[in-house]
Design a protein around this ligand. Structure first.
Ligand SMILES: Cc1cc2nc3c(=O)[nH]c(=O)nc-3n(C[C@H](O)[C@H](O)[C@H](O)COP(=O)(O)OP(=O)(O)OC[C@H]3O[C@@H](n4cnc5c(N)ncnc54)[C@H](O)[C@@H]3O)c2cc1C
Length: 469
């Protein structure tokens, strides 16, 4: 039988009979933490590495490497695994991406490196690059080998990084390698930002964030966790640091503002997931409505199934074509039993103490709006009631406008920081920026890329100035 032709970015996940069974395991915690991409055995890793054509070279980088925002040299690390040199492979990965172990677990590889694998053109299964990357890093970390680069001599300059998420950790790591004394500030008690707080537990609970953080610590980076940078601390940082990297991510969930949202059983996506990550399992009952159809909505729908909900319906006011979720995420959600109500918008939550229904309106698509997508328009007289006992709103995150408005010279575009794409420089010469705070929310590996760009931008600026202030 001939395999289906593959179109990059539009690929659907291959049907996996085990997905439904795993998602519906009787123990919710087991279902929530059963990894979608489990680790490889030595034998599987060798066999998979041998399948790789190791394409590319110095003048013609391999498509998988070009598709990786962090520019991990995929053929070289897979070549190292194929000759039994897993630690050398880990070194290659971590050199390009200090969150290489996290990215191996959470990257949408189908859209990136694996999506670009040349084996697609011969209708073969792409190389399992994500799991090979995980294999290499796990091997190194398991032996206690953190592969910390040598501590460079301190160049006399200090940089403050606000935010210990992927953008901040990467920016800090690169700056420390250049010789800067770096301090990272984060409101949270742990590092990793949304990786620790929001990424679905069946992709990554926490491991290997602690080892990845330990590498930064070993490089001499100072952590001030549990410390929110407010206006007065920010002014202190401005007078005592040579540069400041803003890696503050996005803020709390946007809300639909539907009437009745104070009823019991209505959740916002981020606190819902954060609870799960801390093993406090939310009470979702039987019938769940998820509002929104982005990647976060797919995650909470799949988490609700794992928590034991019998019926999970995603309500989206546009059609499947406009859905922002990656096709592979949508497809896997369908395989796990999530239902979709397209062109459906909630107008009111109803109930007595606890929500028992969502009053919905059917929509049709009108003219294009400023996002280039066709605008949903209500259909007159189309109201109907959907019986539910839980609602999870997942319609995106709000920018941290209040914090940013207070910084002189920082320019914003709908609350997102405007910064030079090739340096991360903002309108205030002291500040550089990276990550979700610029793009409104993308992927961990994109935040890693931006952290590297901003670190290089800071280094170029401070080297030009030539010395501490
Ligand atoms: C539900 C969900 C699931 C996701 N799943 C995936 C996935 O599977 N794969 C993937 O690649 N990406 C995923 N993402 C996206 C990914 O998590 C983000 O793109 C990435 O974490 C962005 O990194 P960041 O460093 O820019 O911001 P964040 O990770 O948000 O980190 C910002 C940090 O800054 C801190 N901070 C903010 N303001 C201050 C202040 N004033 N003082 C001190 N600290 C401050 C915050 O506490 C936070 O820790 C997901 C996102 C969400 C919401």
């Amino acid at each position: 039988m001939q395999a289906e032709p593959v179109t990059r970015g539009l690929r659907k996940a291959a049907p996996r009979p085990d997905l439904f069974e795993v998602a519906h395991l009787s123990d919710p915690w087991e279902a929530l933490t059963a990894e979608l991409k489990p680790p490889m055995s030595h034998q599987d890793a060798f066999l998979e590495a041998y399948r790789c054509l190791l394409c590319g070279g110095p003048l013609t980088p391999a498509p998988c490497m070009l598709a990786c925002p962090a520019k991990v040299d995929v053929p070289s690390f897979i070549g190292a695994i194929s000759v039994g040199e897993a630690v050398e492979a880990a070194e290659i990965i971590l050199d390009a991406n200090p969150l290489g172990g996290t990215c191996a677990r959470v990257c949408p590889t189908e859209e990136l490196c694996e999506g670009a694998c040349v084996l697609h053109s011969t209708h073969q299964r792409p190389i399992d690059i994500g799991r090979l990357q995980r294999y290499a890093i796990d091997q190194a970390f398991r032996d206690g080998n953190l592969l910390v680069p040598e501590r460079p001599q301190h160049n006399g300059m200090r940089v403050a990084v606000i935010g210990a998420g992927p953008a901040g950790l990467t920016g800090a790591f690169e700056l420390a390698k250049y010789g800067y004394k770096v301090t990272i500030f984060d409101s949270r008690a742990g590092t990793g930002g949304l990786v620790r707080a929001a990424i679905a537990p069946y992709r990554q609970l926490t491991e290997p964030l602690d080892q990845e953080t330990a590498r930064l610590w070993e490089l001499g980076i100072e952590f001030r966790l549990g410390t929110t940078v407010d206006s007065s601390l920010r002014e202190e940082l401005e007078s005592s640091y040579d540069s400041i990297l803003l890696a503050i991510g996005m803020g709390e969930d946007a809300a639909t503002g539907c009437e009745g949202n104070d009823l019991k059983g209505i959740f916002s996506s981020l606190p819902f997931i954060e609870k799960i990550k801390l093993a406090y399992l939310p009470d979702v009952k039987n019938k769940v409505a998820v509002i929104g159809a982005g990647n976060t909505a797919m995650d909470v729908a799949r988490e609700a199934i794992r928590l034991g909900a019998a019926e999970v319906t995603v309500l989206y006011r546009r059609s499947e074509k406009e859905m922002p979720a990656f096709p592979v995420e949508f497809d896997e959600a369908v395989q796990e039993g999530v239902r979709f109500a397209w062109l459906t918008s909630p107008v009111r939550y109803e109930g007595n103490g606890r929500v028992n229904a969502v009053r919905c309106l059917k929509m049709k698509l009108g003219d294009q709006d400023s996002s280039g997508r066709r605008k949903p328009v209500p259909v007159d007289g189309s109201e109907f009631l959907l019986e539910v006992d839980t609602v999870i709103e997942a319609i995106g995150q709000l920018p941290r406008k209040d914090f940013l408005f207070a910084i002189p010279g920082i320019e914003l575009n709908s609350g997102l920081i405007r910064a030079a794409s090739e340096t991360g420089a903002t309108g205030n010469p002291l500040y550089f920026a990276a990550g979700d705070a610029l793009n409104g929310g993308a992927t961990v590996v994109e935040a890693v890329r931006m952290g590297k760009v901003a670190a290089a931008g800071i280094d170029a600026k401070l080297s030009e100035r030539g010395g501490a202030k």
